[in-house]
Design a protein around this ligand. Sequence first.
Ligand code: ADP
Length: 190
Amino acid sequence: MLNIVLFGPPGAGKGTQSENIIAKYKLVHLSTGDLFRIHLGEGTELGKLARGYMDQGKLVPDEVVIKMVEDKISHHLDANGFIFDGFPRTVHQATSLDTMLQSHDLSISTMIALEVPEDELRIRIKERAKTSGRVDDQDEEKINTRISVYLNETAPVASYYKEQNKFNGINGVGSINHIFTSICQVIDRL
Ligand code: ADP
């Protein structure tokens, strides 16, 4: 199985590049943000629990996220692989993901980190706010919270994969196609 962690700050382009990667490599998309938004839309208990955190730009508690991911993985064990988008977002989520995968004799193949400067992220999120309908895209304070949560809690996840020699940084500024070509070069080397 080809199991890729697609990593990067909010607004880095993970969703866009995930679509390209899935189309080419036929992987299952596991976006925790998307899964939570589906639960929100359907008004499930999980959605109600997640809403408060998401609307403020804070992380949903690890236990909740991990359980949701475990459930999704166990339903797709026959897949070519997974693309993890927006997960893991804490070191605890990263170690839990390794344990989960090991229990199925699987592992993470690589991490691809989209690198985008903070001022560019802000511009992109504000642009996306016009059409996304996402509460967390709408105001400066929520965007600030998401960026600081990323720096404090999520950025250490990159070191976790660096220690395992699985980290690949990609310049996330430029045309979508150009960035996708750089991503494919990493995957095709595996
Ligand atoms: P972003 O564009 O900020 O990366 P996502 O769609 O990935 O947005 O996530 C939106 C929100 O969903 C996050 O701000 C957080 O509240 C919640 N969320 C998504 N993934 C996780 C996760 N792995 N751990 C905790 N919370 C998460």
